[in-house]
Ligand binder design. Structure first.
Ligand code: MG
Length: 275
């Protein structure tokens, strides 16, 4: 028998409850899952892309260590450095007066044997001329001004090739990672030596671990002021909001970033304690 318009309508009315129930229950199950996914913190949540700092051409030349400095690397050996992972002797490559990140498996970050509170630091670094990649995967390293753990724990002054390489500005060269946008972009070309001069004021803590005074940092990049007595909000995190964790004094750490670009080199590293 042919089913007319009335017949189709009647059939629809009869099967409607059968259709509505599974659709409603599917939405009931799926909604919390979607909500949960939306709530989960993502790296992008803490990226800032504007305003982009002005490009400044640096004029400074590298600085030799003054008489009261502790020499952390003078081109001869890495005796002042250990593996950040297990405190064994550092295994980066020393050649031609230069300290280069090792890409060998299991080597990772290195840090100073000594620990520091407040200090002035000078460090020079170079991105290889033949660097490849883009964004954060282009000459990424970092100077952790206080290393409070074996991985990327601590307070990172970012090292990155930002000579015509766009990334989020609170993660570019001269930034305090995901906290402070540099006041200028004084980057030199890959293959040229660059310098950081840093004044670090360590945070202090109460007995119960709560924060007494925050840390402050001033940074000159190739002689150009890029961070001016910036008050940190805590450790520099890849994901999530920064917070402080009690420490007394800490090593300075250099990052072996896990990307596949050419490794960075360092030279002329010295520190003056300001306690
Ligand atoms: Mg880094």
């Amino acid at each position: 028998m042919r089913c007319g318009r009335r017949c189709i309508l009647n059939t629809m009315m009869r099967i409607r409850p059968i259709l509505v129930f599974p659709i409603a229950s599917l939405a009931f199950i799926a909604f919390p899952l979607f909500a949960q996914q939306a709530d989960k913190p993502k790296p992008e949540d803490t990226e800032v892309w504007e305003p982009v700092p002005a490009v400044v051409t640096p004029g400074a030349t590298p600085t030799a260590a003054p008489s009261d400095a502790i020499i952390l690397f003078d081109g001869k050996n890495e005796d002042e450095w250990v593996s950040a992972q297990d405190k064994s002797p550092a295994k980066w490559i020393v050649s031609d007066g230069v300290l280069t990140v090792s890409k060998a498996p299991g080597v990772g970050n290195i840090e100073t044997k000594r620990t520091f509170k407040n200090y002035q630091l000078h460090i020079e670094w170079k991105v290889p001329e033949n660097i490849t990649g883009s964004g954060q995967a282009r000459g990424n390293s970092g100077v952790f001004l206080a290393s409070t753990g074996p991985g990327d724990d601590g307070y990172e002054l970012q090292v990155l090739d930002c000579y015509n390489n766009k990334t989020y500005v609170n993660g570019m060269v001269g930034s305090i990672y995901k906290q402070a946008i540099p006041l200028a972009n004084a980057a030199r070309k890959p293959g040229e030596w660059q310098s950081y001069d840093v004044v670090w004021t360590a945070p202090t803590f109460n007995e119960d671990g709560s924060l007494k005074t925050p840390s402050y940092v001033t940074v000159f990049f190739n002689g150009v002021l890029v961070e001016n007595h910036f008050e940190l909000k805590g450790q520099t995190l890849y994901i999530g909001k920064p917070f402080y964790k009690k420490y007394d004094s800490a090593p300075i750490k250099l990052q072996a970033h896990g990307d596949h670009s050419e490794p960075l080199s360092f030279r002329n590293i010295w520190v003056r304690e300001l306690n």
